[in-house]
Ligand binder design. Structure first.
Ligand code: FAD
Length: 318
């Protein structure tokens, strides 16, 4: 079922969902099941599976020369989505990236998803590869999420890359995109970022999932601005509890988000990392209670495939 239908059918009740990352190459699917099992009692209608672009690796040759190679450490997004649907009977949302994929590879991936009955996708540009200063598009691939979105919309209209097949069965993907309450770090200002978000919705995106935030006011302001700009699709808050003191800096630095002073003070006052985890969970429970009161459609957790903290939060909310 489409995410938008899950939200409609919930009649205003806040749903629970979460995101997983594919395991490292060579690991079994069991790690994924172990990350899902403790969260199933909270009845997620859908589970997201991220996609990761290739990294560089360096191979030392006998002659001493160092060769730079590309290597995807965490493949398998589509297969994992299919396995989750089969085992748990819940919908899955594979993340589709511009980076690392040609348009033809994307078309083939979308055909596979359609065959598998996977009806939702989250379309994203993806970040720069480790070792690249900025995002470098793949040769033959897309530059921006808008371009990738257009490809999915085209397929929903029966328009494929090389031919307009006559009488083709159109795909019917429900398309989600990313939104940034605190602005995407490359955008010169919030207005420019908003204009591109609006463009994505006008082109056919049906829901938005936000970057994580630790101050609900940022989300509330973002939703208000979206509505003022006629962006009327569901805006799903993406959430992650702090679980270690170093994350005050690392999450802020990686995702270009503000850490509220009160949260920093509370974490800095902790004597042990166990205390930090408790503070992080407690902070997130309070955030979630306020978000539910606000009427958010879904609480969506970035679990990083570690279900423990999310389970504690879900126990307090659902
Ligand atoms: P875009 O929408 O392409 O925007 C990128 C930048 O360009 C922005 O500054 C925007 O303002 C600007 N822009 C947008 N469109 C245009 C245009 N047409 N012309 C000029 N400028 C434009 N990363 C992964 O690698 N894998 C994942 O699975 C993943 N999942 C994510 C899930 C969520 C919910 C979120 C919020 C992020 C996720 N990311 C993931 C990270 C994401 O890929 C990065 O934040 C990336 O830098 C931007 O992606 P985007 O889709 O927002 O890009």
């Amino acid at each position: 079922m489409k995410i938008t239908d899950h939200i409609k059918n919930a009649n205003g009740k806040t749903l629970f969902s979460f995101e997983l990352i594919p395991p490292l190459k060579g690991q079994s699917i069991q790690g994924i099941y172990n990350a899902i099992d403790p969260l199933m009692e909270f009845k997620p209608p859908f589970i997201d599976v991220t996609s990761l672009r290739e990294d560089y690796i360096y191979k030392q040759h006998d002659n001493g020369l160092l060769e730079k190679l590309s290597y995807r450490k965490r493949p398998g997004t589509i297969a994992i989505c299919a396995a989750i649907m089969n085992k748990y009977g819940v919908d899955t949302v594979p993340h589709l990236l511009c980076g690392g994929f040609t348009k033809d590879e994307t078309e083939n991936a979308l055909i596979d998803l359609n065959f598998l009955g996977i009806e939702n996708v989250l379309v994203l540009r993806g970040d720069a590869r480790r070792g690249d200063a900025t995002f470098v598009p793949t040769t033959g691939g897309h530059c921006y999420a808008t371009d990738l979105l257009q490809q999915v919309v085209n397929m929903n209209n029966g328009k494929y890359l090389h031919e307009d097949y006559d009488g083709i069965e159109k795909t019917n993907f429900c398309i989600g995109v990313a939104g940034y309450p605190e602005k995407h770090f490359e955008a010169p200002n919030l207005k420019s970022d908003f204009n591109y978000l609006k463009q994505k919705v006008d082109m056919g995106a049906e829901f938005i999932v936000t970057q994580m935030f630790f101050d609900n006011q940022k989300y509330f302001d973002f939703v208000r601005k979206c509505r003022e700009n006629d962006i009327n699709v569901p805006i799903i808050p993406g959430l992650k509890p702090i679980t270690a003191s170093k994350q005050l800096v690392s999450l802020s630095k990686t995702f270009f988000i503000d850490m509220p002073e009160d949260l920093c003070d509370a974490v800095n006052a902790c004597k042990t990392e166990k205390d930090v985890k408790e503070i992080g969970i407690e902070w997130m429970i309070n955030q979630c209670k306020e978000l539910v009161n606000f009427g958010v459609p879904v609480l969506h957790f970035y679990t990083m495939s570690n279900p423990g903290p999310t389970r504690r939060i879900a126990e307090a909310i659902f």
